[in-house]
Ligand binder design. Structure first.
Ligand SMILES: [Fe+2]
Ligand SMILES: [Fe+2]
Length: 297
């Protein structure tokens, strides 16, 4: 196989997976747990960031990439996610779930390595990394990471595709970032199923506290994003964090907000469609996007 064909085959293998568990799967069952854990483990793409050969870019492509205001927040998000997933993993005894969580955390750590290598290769200036805090409540940290990935990945899918189609994102780099984007799709698929399974596992008296914690996580994430958006307006700093909201304008895409939402929805479907139908899909953010879509052009 040529190199291109090998890469295309690896991308396809990551996006398509059927479990060997027979028949219908009851959400919350052991078979369900095996299904979502195996999905993550079996679709792992073993690329090595150390051997990525960073292509030299044309001067204007290089300028576009280095001036994208996302690299600080991207590196820090991956660093924080790695620590949060690892901290939660240490509390889990179930061997298969643990193995899948180790894979998940390992992929976050690898994202950070990919980004660091890229930053180094193209001379992108980064703000110094803050000290990442070990979450006091490991479950809280895991929930925050999982749900924030559900929000951010949904928009990243659409932005990545748009930037790819317009050529804003250099075609030489698309191949490198494709597996990173699909890894986030696998992570949120895994997380959505984990949440549903975990809920069912809990004894009745722990369910209400858990639901309240999930609500607090959402409030925290919304508050965090509002704070970030405000920070952008006044100081102009932290602008990268607001990229989700204004990203399509910043990368010079001539897309209306409504078209951007459509792109996110269709890309979300494309990235989720190839996995075993018996797995649940992350639905909350797409549902909110569909609702918002009714009010924007
Ligand atoms: Fe990541
Ligand atoms: Fe992730």
């Amino acid at each position: 196989m040529s190199n291109d064909a090998t890469v295309a085959a690896a991308d396809h293998a990551m996006r398509h997976w059927l479990g060997t568990e027979p028949g219908r799967i009851k959400i919350g069952s052991d078979a369900h747990k095996r299904l979502f854990c195996r999905m993550l483990l079996d679709t792992h793409n073993p690329y090595k960031p150390a051997v990525i050969d960073w292509p030299s870019l044309s001067p204007d492509a290089l300028q576009r990439i280095t001036s994208l205001p996302i690299w600080d927040i991207a590196v820090q998000t991956e660093g924080r996610a790695t620590l949060r997933v690892e901290t939660y993993t240490n509390t889990v005894d179930d061997p298969l779930l643990r193995e899948a969580l180790i894979m998940d955390g390992g992929e976050e750590a690898r994202h950070k390595v990919v980004l660091s290598k890229m930053v180094e290769a193209y001379g992108i200036a980064l703000a110094p990394e803050p000290e990442y805090e070990v979450p006091k409540d490991p479950e809280w940290g895991w929930l925050v990471t999982g749900y924030s990935e559900c929000i951010d990945s949904f928009f990243a899918f659409g932005l990545f595709e748009s930037a790819k189609r317009t050529g804003y994102f250099p075609v030489e780099l698309v191949e490198t970032f494709e597996p990173v984007i699909q890894e986030e799709a696998r992570h949120i698929l895994f997380f959505a199923n984990w949440v549903a399974w975990y809920r069912h596992q809990l004894p009745w008296w722990r369910r209400l506290p858990f639901e309240l914690k999930v609500m607090r996580v959402w409030i925290f994430l919304i508050w965090e994003r509002i704070g970030i958006a405000k920070g952008l307006d006044s100081a102009g700093e932290m602008q990268d964090a607001n990229f989700t909201l204004t990203g399509h304008q910043q990368i010079g895409l001539d897309l209306k907000l409504g078209e951007m939402i459509d792109m996110c929805l269709s890309q979300d479907k494309y990235r989720m469609d190839g996995y075993d139908e018996r797995l649940l899909r992350p639905t909350f953010v797409p549902r909110m996007a569909r609702l918002a879509r009714r009010f924007v052009r």
